[in-house]
Design a protein around this ligand. Structure first.
Ligand code: FAD
Length: 306
């Protein structure tokens, strides 16, 4: 089945979501190519391992309508049946454009997929990850949004030569405002250790304890929706159903109750360490190591002893 994987350039690299979908596509032996989406400022990315068409916007901001038009042309000209993108802001927008262009529904929250003749079978996560359902996609164009961290990333060498470039002239979109996600230190999606805070850190001023611990561990910092809603942390650091999905080697939950909507974003971490003063807190059901303790007194002690 002819397949197109959409990836973005994130911090000079092909997005981890794309590398995960490439791994699964290789495993299934699909005939795939990758469309990498970047701006005029992005570094050149190619690979000897697959055909890479680099869709470069002539602007410093992506014009997703114009990118989607180019993708549609690629899909039409090459009779591509299956298009997949990681479920990111860009992936979701591009697949939505293609869904309208091809009058074909997109299938979201896909955590696994396989090919059965002309059809694609997907497993999808619902109810905050509590349940799964399978779908069989029989339409001519199959449009899938893959949930990040569903597969291990493929290990491949990327280079700056082996790609074809399609330069995209944007259709002069009217830009009203631009919000750039603030990023510093280790990033949630890639870090081997994540330290996350919940309402059990009691007050936003105590997040400095979380930062001290994270800094010692070279860890990324996450949080629950409760503290994001309370304005303690930006949304970009929210872990869970309506935030990011992480899969680090170690996830440290500080004062987090462990609601299902939070668990869905971190339960696949290799080891989970939880600190909570309530021994009945649901987070302990999935923790490999649980400490029933007051975060405010134990976290500084842990940091001090590292
Ligand atoms: C549609 C929907 C989507 C959602 N999406 C998300 C999402 O993406 N991510 C997310 O996180 N949530 C999400 N939620 C919210 C989720 O249901 C919970 O409300 C939220 O995760 C709770 O955050 P919390 O653990 O910080 O707070 P709480 O549930 O209030 O838990 C605080 C914990 O801290 C402990 N504690 C208190 N003081 C201390 C102390 N001094 N020392 C040690 N422990 C202490 C308490 O025992 C308690 O277990 C969503 C909800 C809905 C309805």
């Amino acid at each position: 089945m002819k397949t197109l994987i959409i990836g973005e350039v994130v911090e000079g690299k092909l997005s981890s979501g794309a590398l995960e979908i490439i791994a699964k596509s290789k495993e299934l032996g699909l005939e795939f190519e990758v469309a990498t989406v970047g701006t005029v400022d992005s570094p050149n990315i190619g690979s000897d391992s697959f055909k890479n068409t680099y869709l470069k916007c002539n602007e410093s901001q992506l014009s997703l309508g114009s990118v989607a038009n180019t993708l549609k042309t690629m899909v039409d000209e090459q009779s591509i049946s299956l298009v997949m993108a990681p479920s990111t802001y860009v992936g979701r927008d591009l697949i939505a454009f293609l869904s309208v262009d091809f009058d074909s529904s997109q299938v979201s929250n896909v955590i696994n997929f396989s090919v059965d003749g002309e059809n694609v079978i997907t497993s999808n996560s619902i109810n905050g990850g509590e349940s799964e359902y399978n779908s069989k996609i029989t339409s001519d164009k199959k449009l899938l949004l893959i949930r990040p961290k569903s597969f291990e990333e493929v290990q491949i060498e990327l280079n700056s030569t082996n790609y074809e470039t399609v330069e995209i002239n944007s259709e002069e979109p009217e830009v009203f405002d631009i919000f750039i996600e603030e990023k510093s230190g280790p990033q949630l999606e890639d870090s081997k250790i994540v330290v996350s805070a919940g309402r059990g850190m009691v007050d936003s001023s105590n997040l400095s304890l979380v930062e001290d611990l994270a800094s010692k561990l070279n860890a990324a910092i996450g949080g629950t929706r409760a503290i994001v809603d309370a304005g303690w942390m930006p949304y970009s650091q929210q872990v869970g159903q309506t935030g990011k999905t992480v899969k680090p080697d170690v996830y440290i939950a500080l004062g987090i109750s462990g609601a299902t909507q939070h668990q869905v974003g971190m339960k696949d971490s290799k080891y989970i360490i939880a600190i909570n003063k309530d021994e009945e807190a649901p987070i302990f059901q999935i923790a490999d190591l649980g400490l029933v303790a007051d975060t405010l007194s134990i976290v500084p002690k842990i940091t001090e002893n590292l």
